[in-house]
Design a protein. Structure first.
Length: 410
Protein backbone atom coordinates (compact mmCIF):
# COMPACT_ATOMS: atom_id res chain seq x y z
CA UNK A 1 0.00 0.00 0.00
CA UNK A 2 1.40 3.35 -1.03
CA UNK A 3 0.58 6.06 1.52
CA UNK A 4 0.73 9.79 0.86
CA UNK A 5 1.78 11.03 4.30
CA UNK A 6 1.56 14.68 3.27
CA UNK A 7 -2.13 14.28 2.35
CA UNK A 8 -2.82 12.49 5.62
CA UNK A 9 -1.14 15.23 7.64
CA UNK A 10 -3.10 17.90 5.81
CA UNK A 11 -6.39 16.05 6.38
CA UNK A 12 -5.65 15.79 10.10
CA UNK A 13 -4.98 19.50 10.34
CA UNK A 14 -8.12 20.41 8.41
CA UNK A 15 -10.32 18.14 10.45
CA UNK A 16 -8.95 19.34 13.78
CA UNK A 17 -9.50 22.95 12.76
CA UNK A 18 -12.84 22.72 11.01
CA UNK A 19 -14.76 19.83 12.54
CA UNK A 20 -18.12 21.06 13.82
CA UNK A 21 -18.14 18.47 16.63
CA UNK A 22 -14.98 18.80 18.77
CA UNK A 23 -15.70 15.49 20.52
CA UNK A 24 -14.84 13.54 17.36
CA UNK A 25 -11.44 12.15 16.53
CA UNK A 26 -9.85 13.52 13.33
CA UNK A 27 -10.88 11.58 10.23
CA UNK A 28 -8.28 10.38 7.74
CA UNK A 29 -9.30 9.06 4.29
CA UNK A 30 -7.96 5.60 3.55
CA UNK A 31 -6.58 3.76 0.53
CA UNK A 32 -9.60 4.46 -1.62
CA UNK A 33 -10.44 0.98 -2.83
CA UNK A 34 -7.54 0.93 -5.28
CA UNK A 35 -6.74 -2.67 -4.52
CA UNK A 36 -3.02 -2.03 -4.78
CA UNK A 37 -3.40 -1.38 -8.49
CA UNK A 38 -2.53 2.28 -8.59
CA UNK A 39 -6.09 3.45 -9.24
CA UNK A 40 -6.60 1.73 -12.59
CA UNK A 41 -10.29 1.04 -13.12
CA UNK A 42 -9.63 -2.71 -13.50
CA UNK A 43 -8.25 -2.89 -9.95
CA UNK A 44 -10.76 -0.60 -8.28
CA UNK A 45 -12.81 -2.03 -5.42
CA UNK A 46 -15.92 0.12 -5.63
CA UNK A 47 -17.49 -1.07 -2.39
CA UNK A 48 -14.40 0.05 -0.47
CA UNK A 49 -14.70 3.49 -2.02
CA UNK A 50 -18.38 3.59 -1.07
CA UNK A 51 -17.66 2.65 2.54
CA UNK A 52 -14.82 5.15 2.80
CA UNK A 53 -17.20 7.87 1.57
CA UNK A 54 -19.75 6.83 4.19
CA UNK A 55 -17.07 7.10 6.88
CA UNK A 56 -16.33 10.66 5.81
CA UNK A 57 -20.04 11.51 5.88
CA UNK A 58 -20.52 9.88 9.27
CA UNK A 59 -17.58 11.71 10.76
CA UNK A 60 -18.17 15.17 9.30
CA UNK A 61 -21.98 15.34 9.09
CA UNK A 62 -23.06 12.94 11.83
CA UNK A 63 -24.61 14.39 14.99
CA UNK A 64 -23.36 12.73 18.17
CA UNK A 65 -25.16 14.55 20.96
CA UNK A 66 -28.40 16.27 21.84
CA UNK A 67 -31.96 15.57 20.73
CA UNK A 68 -30.93 14.83 17.14
CA UNK A 69 -28.03 12.47 17.94
CA UNK A 70 -27.86 9.81 15.23
CA UNK A 71 -29.10 12.18 12.54
CA UNK A 72 -27.02 14.34 10.21
CA UNK A 73 -26.38 18.00 9.60
CA UNK A 74 -27.59 19.59 6.39
CA UNK A 75 -24.17 21.07 5.65
CA UNK A 76 -20.52 20.71 6.55
CA UNK A 77 -19.43 22.94 8.09
CA UNK A 78 -22.80 23.51 9.74
CA UNK A 79 -24.24 26.95 8.95
CA UNK A 80 -25.62 29.41 11.50
CA UNK A 81 -29.13 29.09 10.06
CA UNK A 82 -29.16 25.32 9.73
CA UNK A 83 -31.75 23.26 11.56
CA UNK A 84 -30.85 20.83 14.33
CA UNK A 85 -30.98 17.99 11.77
CA UNK A 86 -31.06 17.82 7.98
CA UNK A 87 -34.17 18.17 5.90
CA UNK A 88 -35.82 14.93 4.81
CA UNK A 89 -34.46 14.98 1.24
CA UNK A 90 -30.77 14.61 2.23
CA UNK A 91 -31.73 11.96 4.77
CA UNK A 92 -33.59 10.13 1.99
CA UNK A 93 -30.50 10.27 -0.16
CA UNK A 94 -28.31 8.90 2.59
CA UNK A 95 -30.67 5.99 3.25
CA UNK A 96 -30.48 5.00 -0.43
CA UNK A 97 -26.71 4.77 -0.05
CA UNK A 98 -26.82 2.90 3.25
CA UNK A 99 -29.14 0.29 1.76
CA UNK A 100 -26.47 -0.45 -0.84
CA UNK A 101 -23.72 -0.68 1.77
CA UNK A 102 -25.80 -3.03 3.91
CA UNK A 103 -26.45 -5.18 0.85
CA UNK A 104 -22.72 -5.18 0.12
CA UNK A 105 -22.03 -6.60 3.58
CA UNK A 106 -21.08 -3.56 5.66
CA UNK A 107 -22.36 -2.89 9.17
CA UNK A 108 -23.72 0.66 8.89
CA UNK A 109 -26.38 0.44 11.61
CA UNK A 110 -28.88 0.14 8.77
CA UNK A 111 -32.00 -0.88 10.68
CA UNK A 112 -31.65 1.91 13.24
CA UNK A 113 -31.10 4.50 10.50
CA UNK A 114 -34.10 3.32 8.49
CA UNK A 115 -36.28 3.33 11.60
CA UNK A 116 -35.30 6.95 12.24
CA UNK A 117 -37.52 7.90 9.32
CA UNK A 118 -40.35 7.84 11.85
CA UNK A 119 -38.93 10.99 13.43
CA UNK A 120 -40.07 12.82 10.27
CA UNK A 121 -43.61 11.37 10.45
CA UNK A 122 -46.57 13.74 10.71
CA UNK A 123 -49.92 12.09 11.56
CA UNK A 124 -51.81 14.78 9.65
CA UNK A 125 -51.35 17.96 7.71
CA UNK A 126 -53.51 19.60 5.05
CA UNK A 127 -55.51 16.40 5.05
CA UNK A 128 -56.08 13.98 7.92
CA UNK A 129 -53.73 11.39 6.46
CA UNK A 130 -50.30 10.52 7.79
CA UNK A 131 -47.18 11.34 5.81
CA UNK A 132 -43.55 12.30 6.26
CA UNK A 133 -42.69 15.96 6.83
CA UNK A 134 -39.64 17.79 5.54
CA UNK A 135 -38.13 18.48 8.99
CA UNK A 136 -37.58 16.85 12.38
CA UNK A 137 -36.50 17.82 15.88
CA UNK A 138 -35.26 14.28 16.41
CA UNK A 139 -38.60 12.94 17.63
CA UNK A 140 -41.42 14.59 15.68
CA UNK A 141 -41.92 15.52 12.06
CA UNK A 142 -42.76 19.04 10.92
CA UNK A 143 -42.57 21.20 7.82
CA UNK A 144 -44.19 20.65 4.44
CA UNK A 145 -45.09 17.21 3.16
CA UNK A 146 -43.86 16.56 -0.37
CA UNK A 147 -45.13 13.69 -2.49
CA UNK A 148 -41.77 12.94 -4.11
CA UNK A 149 -40.00 12.79 -0.73
CA UNK A 150 -42.58 10.33 0.56
CA UNK A 151 -42.21 8.15 -2.51
CA UNK A 152 -38.42 7.99 -2.11
CA UNK A 153 -38.96 6.91 1.49
CA UNK A 154 -41.29 4.25 0.14
CA UNK A 155 -38.64 2.95 -2.26
CA UNK A 156 -36.18 2.76 0.63
CA UNK A 157 -38.71 1.03 2.88
CA UNK A 158 -39.39 -1.62 0.25
CA UNK A 159 -35.65 -2.24 0.10
CA UNK A 160 -35.51 -2.40 3.90
CA UNK A 161 -38.25 -5.03 3.86
CA UNK A 162 -36.33 -7.08 1.29
CA UNK A 163 -33.12 -6.92 3.31
CA UNK A 164 -34.49 -7.10 6.86
CA UNK A 165 -37.75 -9.01 6.41
CA UNK A 166 -39.74 -6.95 8.93
CA UNK A 167 -43.42 -6.50 8.00
CA UNK A 168 -43.49 -3.10 9.69
CA UNK A 169 -41.89 -1.65 6.55
CA UNK A 170 -44.76 -2.96 4.43
CA UNK A 171 -47.22 -1.34 6.82
CA UNK A 172 -45.39 1.97 6.46
CA UNK A 173 -45.43 1.61 2.67
CA UNK A 174 -49.21 1.14 2.76
CA UNK A 175 -49.47 4.40 4.71
CA UNK A 176 -47.42 6.16 2.03
CA UNK A 177 -49.79 4.85 -0.65
CA UNK A 178 -52.67 6.48 1.23
CA UNK A 179 -50.77 9.74 1.50
CA UNK A 180 -50.06 9.73 -2.22
CA UNK A 181 -53.71 9.09 -2.99
CA UNK A 182 -54.54 12.23 -1.02
CA UNK A 183 -52.39 14.22 -3.45
CA UNK A 184 -54.16 13.02 -6.59
CA UNK A 185 -57.10 14.90 -8.10
CA UNK A 186 -58.68 15.58 -11.49
CA UNK A 187 -57.26 19.10 -11.95
CA UNK A 188 -55.25 19.19 -15.20
CA UNK A 189 -56.58 15.73 -16.00
CA UNK A 190 -55.20 13.83 -13.00
CA UNK A 191 -51.84 13.19 -11.32
CA UNK A 192 -50.16 14.30 -8.09
CA UNK A 193 -49.30 17.77 -6.95
CA UNK A 194 -45.76 18.55 -5.82
CA UNK A 195 -46.52 19.56 -2.24
CA UNK A 196 -49.50 19.11 0.03
CA UNK A 197 -49.65 22.82 0.82
CA UNK A 198 -49.41 24.00 -2.79
CA UNK A 199 -52.42 22.39 -4.43
CA UNK A 200 -54.25 24.23 -7.20
CA UNK A 201 -53.04 27.79 -6.61
CA UNK A 202 -53.02 29.49 -10.03
CA UNK A 203 -50.34 32.14 -10.30
CA UNK A 204 -48.06 30.36 -7.81
CA UNK A 205 -45.12 28.66 -9.50
CA UNK A 206 -44.81 26.13 -6.68
CA UNK A 207 -48.33 24.93 -7.36
CA UNK A 208 -47.63 22.32 -10.00
CA UNK A 209 -47.90 18.68 -10.96
CA UNK A 210 -44.27 17.71 -11.55
CA UNK A 211 -42.40 14.84 -13.13
CA UNK A 212 -40.58 14.19 -9.85
CA UNK A 213 -43.67 13.61 -7.73
CA UNK A 214 -45.44 11.51 -10.34
CA UNK A 215 -42.38 9.64 -11.58
CA UNK A 216 -41.14 8.71 -8.13
CA UNK A 217 -44.64 7.69 -7.06
CA UNK A 218 -44.64 5.22 -9.95
CA UNK A 219 -41.18 3.93 -9.06
CA UNK A 220 -42.33 3.40 -5.47
CA UNK A 221 -45.71 1.89 -6.30
CA UNK A 222 -44.19 -0.58 -8.73
CA UNK A 223 -41.54 -1.50 -6.15
CA UNK A 224 -44.22 -1.99 -3.52
CA UNK A 225 -46.32 -4.02 -5.97
CA UNK A 226 -43.69 -6.78 -5.88
CA UNK A 227 -43.99 -7.29 -2.13
CA UNK A 228 -47.39 -5.94 -1.07
CA UNK A 229 -50.27 -8.19 0.07
CA UNK A 230 -52.19 -9.77 -2.79
CA UNK A 231 -55.34 -7.87 -1.85
CA UNK A 232 -53.58 -4.55 -2.57
CA UNK A 233 -51.92 -5.42 -5.87
CA UNK A 234 -54.67 -4.46 -8.31
CA UNK A 235 -55.23 -1.02 -6.76
CA UNK A 236 -51.49 -0.30 -6.49
CA UNK A 237 -50.91 -1.22 -10.13
CA UNK A 238 -53.89 0.80 -11.31
CA UNK A 239 -52.64 3.86 -9.41
CA UNK A 240 -49.17 3.56 -10.97
CA UNK A 241 -50.64 3.16 -14.46
CA UNK A 242 -52.81 6.26 -14.03
CA UNK A 243 -49.79 8.35 -13.07
CA UNK A 244 -47.71 6.91 -15.92
CA UNK A 245 -50.39 7.65 -18.49
CA UNK A 246 -50.75 11.25 -17.29
CA UNK A 247 -47.02 11.94 -17.20
CA UNK A 248 -46.39 10.37 -20.60
CA UNK A 249 -49.17 12.48 -22.12
CA UNK A 250 -48.38 15.76 -20.35
CA UNK A 251 -44.64 16.01 -19.68
CA UNK A 252 -42.88 13.97 -22.35
CA UNK A 253 -41.00 15.95 -24.97
CA UNK A 254 -42.03 14.20 -28.21
CA UNK A 255 -38.86 15.37 -29.95
CA UNK A 256 -36.51 13.27 -27.83
CA UNK A 257 -38.70 11.36 -25.33
CA UNK A 258 -37.13 13.03 -22.29
CA UNK A 259 -39.32 14.67 -19.65
CA UNK A 260 -40.10 18.28 -18.81
CA UNK A 261 -40.24 19.40 -15.19
CA UNK A 262 -43.87 20.19 -14.46
CA UNK A 263 -47.27 21.51 -15.46
CA UNK A 264 -48.38 24.32 -13.18
CA UNK A 265 -51.81 25.17 -11.85
CA UNK A 266 -52.36 27.55 -14.78
CA UNK A 267 -51.79 24.65 -17.16
CA UNK A 268 -48.45 25.91 -18.48
CA UNK A 269 -45.50 23.56 -18.99
CA UNK A 270 -42.15 24.26 -17.36
CA UNK A 271 -39.82 22.77 -19.98
CA UNK A 272 -36.73 22.58 -17.77
CA UNK A 273 -35.25 19.08 -17.91
CA UNK A 274 -33.50 17.12 -15.18
CA UNK A 275 -31.86 13.72 -15.49
CA UNK A 276 -33.81 12.08 -12.68
CA UNK A 277 -37.21 12.77 -14.21
CA UNK A 278 -36.35 10.73 -17.28
CA UNK A 279 -34.79 8.12 -15.01
CA UNK A 280 -37.98 7.61 -13.04
CA UNK A 281 -39.99 7.07 -16.22
CA UNK A 282 -37.43 4.60 -17.58
CA UNK A 283 -37.71 2.59 -14.36
CA UNK A 284 -41.51 2.80 -14.37
CA UNK A 285 -41.79 1.73 -18.00
CA UNK A 286 -39.42 -1.19 -17.44
CA UNK A 287 -41.35 -2.41 -14.42
CA UNK A 288 -44.75 -1.97 -16.06
CA UNK A 289 -43.53 -4.07 -18.98
CA UNK A 290 -42.46 -6.88 -16.68
CA UNK A 291 -45.68 -6.76 -14.68
CA UNK A 292 -48.16 -6.41 -17.55
CA UNK A 293 -46.29 -7.89 -20.51
CA UNK A 294 -47.36 -4.89 -22.59
CA UNK A 295 -44.40 -4.17 -24.86
CA UNK A 296 -45.20 -0.52 -25.46
CA UNK A 297 -43.98 0.21 -21.94
CA UNK A 298 -40.58 -1.29 -22.76
CA UNK A 299 -40.43 0.54 -26.08
CA UNK A 300 -41.18 3.83 -24.30
CA UNK A 301 -38.53 3.16 -21.66
CA UNK A 302 -35.95 2.45 -24.37
CA UNK A 303 -36.88 5.60 -26.28
CA UNK A 304 -36.39 7.68 -23.13
CA UNK A 305 -33.13 5.90 -22.31
CA UNK A 306 -31.68 6.79 -25.71
CA UNK A 307 -33.14 10.28 -25.64
CA UNK A 308 -31.75 11.05 -22.19
CA UNK A 309 -28.26 9.83 -23.07
CA UNK A 310 -28.21 11.87 -26.27
CA UNK A 311 -29.58 14.94 -24.53
CA UNK A 312 -27.45 14.94 -21.38
CA UNK A 313 -24.10 13.41 -22.33
CA UNK A 314 -21.64 15.71 -24.07
CA UNK A 315 -18.11 17.06 -23.83
CA UNK A 316 -17.62 18.97 -20.58
CA UNK A 317 -14.51 20.38 -18.91
CA UNK A 318 -12.26 18.48 -21.29
CA UNK A 319 -14.07 15.16 -20.74
CA UNK A 320 -15.30 13.90 -24.14
CA UNK A 321 -18.34 12.04 -22.77
CA UNK A 322 -19.70 13.47 -19.56
CA UNK A 323 -23.00 13.58 -17.71
CA UNK A 324 -24.01 16.96 -16.21
CA UNK A 325 -21.55 18.37 -13.68
CA UNK A 326 -24.29 19.79 -11.46
CA UNK A 327 -26.80 17.98 -9.23
CA UNK A 328 -25.18 14.51 -9.24
CA UNK A 329 -27.99 13.10 -7.09
CA UNK A 330 -30.30 13.60 -10.08
CA UNK A 331 -27.91 11.82 -12.42
CA UNK A 332 -27.36 8.73 -10.27
CA UNK A 333 -31.12 8.12 -10.41
CA UNK A 334 -30.94 8.07 -14.21
CA UNK A 335 -28.05 5.61 -14.00
CA UNK A 336 -29.91 3.34 -11.62
CA UNK A 337 -32.79 3.32 -14.09
CA UNK A 338 -30.34 2.32 -16.83
CA UNK A 339 -29.21 -0.52 -14.58
CA UNK A 340 -32.82 -1.71 -14.31
CA UNK A 341 -33.35 -1.52 -18.06
CA UNK A 342 -30.04 -3.08 -19.12
CA UNK A 343 -31.21 -6.74 -19.02
CA UNK A 344 -33.83 -5.81 -21.63
CA UNK A 345 -31.70 -3.31 -23.57
CA UNK A 346 -28.00 -4.04 -23.74
CA UNK A 347 -27.11 -0.60 -25.08
CA UNK A 348 -27.58 0.69 -21.54
CA UNK A 349 -24.28 -0.95 -20.62
CA UNK A 350 -22.39 1.65 -22.66
CA UNK A 351 -24.39 4.45 -21.02
CA UNK A 352 -23.48 3.07 -17.60
CA UNK A 353 -19.81 2.70 -18.48
CA UNK A 354 -19.61 6.38 -19.41
CA UNK A 355 -20.96 7.20 -15.96
CA UNK A 356 -18.45 4.87 -14.34
CA UNK A 357 -15.62 6.66 -16.15
CA UNK A 358 -17.02 9.99 -14.85
CA UNK A 359 -17.13 8.53 -11.34
CA UNK A 360 -13.52 7.40 -11.62
CA UNK A 361 -12.60 10.97 -12.60
CA UNK A 362 -14.53 12.22 -9.58
CA UNK A 363 -12.66 9.91 -7.22
CA UNK A 364 -9.30 11.06 -8.52
CA UNK A 365 -9.99 14.77 -9.10
CA UNK A 366 -13.34 15.69 -7.58
CA UNK A 367 -12.73 15.17 -3.86
CA UNK A 368 -11.27 17.25 -1.07
CA UNK A 369 -8.52 16.11 1.30
CA UNK A 370 -11.17 15.26 3.92
CA UNK A 371 -12.80 12.70 1.61
CA UNK A 372 -15.84 14.79 0.67
CA UNK A 373 -16.84 15.34 -2.95
CA UNK A 374 -17.31 18.56 -4.83
CA UNK A 375 -20.66 18.92 -6.56
CA UNK A 376 -18.73 19.28 -9.83
CA UNK A 377 -16.86 15.99 -10.12
CA UNK A 378 -13.97 17.61 -12.01
CA UNK A 379 -13.04 19.40 -8.76
CA UNK A 380 -14.26 22.90 -9.53
CA UNK A 381 -15.34 24.36 -6.19
CA UNK A 382 -18.72 25.89 -5.37
CA UNK A 383 -18.65 26.77 -1.67
CA UNK A 384 -22.42 27.25 -1.38
CA UNK A 385 -23.29 23.81 -2.78
CA UNK A 386 -20.27 21.62 -2.07
CA UNK A 387 -21.07 21.67 1.65
CA UNK A 388 -24.47 20.00 1.15
CA UNK A 389 -25.05 16.51 2.52
CA UNK A 390 -27.02 15.73 -0.65
CA UNK A 391 -23.86 16.05 -2.76
CA UNK A 392 -22.17 13.42 -0.60
CA UNK A 393 -25.26 11.21 -0.76
CA UNK A 394 -24.98 11.27 -4.55
CA UNK A 395 -21.38 10.10 -4.48
CA UNK A 396 -22.12 7.40 -1.91
CA UNK A 397 -25.08 6.02 -3.86
CA UNK A 398 -23.11 6.17 -7.11
CA UNK A 399 -20.21 4.20 -5.69
CA UNK A 400 -22.49 1.66 -4.03
CA UNK A 401 -24.62 1.20 -7.13
CA UNK A 402 -21.55 0.59 -9.28
CA UNK A 403 -20.28 -1.96 -6.74
CA UNK A 404 -23.59 -3.83 -6.96
CA UNK A 405 -23.57 -3.53 -10.76
CA UNK A 406 -20.06 -5.01 -10.81
CA UNK A 407 -21.32 -7.85 -8.58
CA UNK A 408 -18.91 -7.00 -5.79
CA UNK A 409 -19.39 -7.96 -2.15
CA UNK A 410 -17.42 -7.22 0.95
Amino acid sequence: MKINWLSILLALVLCSCACSDPSKEPYTPGNGGNGGGGGNQQSVVWHERAYETFQAIEHLYGITSGATAGFYNENYPKGNGDLSASFLWPYDGLMSGLALLNKLGYDVNYKAKIDQYQAYWRPSGGVNVGGYGSQTDGKNGSGDRFYDDNSIIGINLVEAYKQLGDNVYLERCAQIVNFLLSGEDNTLGGALWWCEGQKNKPGNGDSNKPACANGYAQWFLLSYYDVCPQAEKAAVLDFAKRLYTWEYANLRDPDDNTYWNDRNADGNINKTKWTYNSGAMIAAGTRLYHITGEKHYLDEAIATADGAYNYYVRSREGIPLCYPLNDPWFTVKLIRAYMELEPDYSKCSSYIEVFISNLEKAWKSGRKDNGLFYENWTGKANADRDKSLLMQDAALESLGAVAIYKKEHK
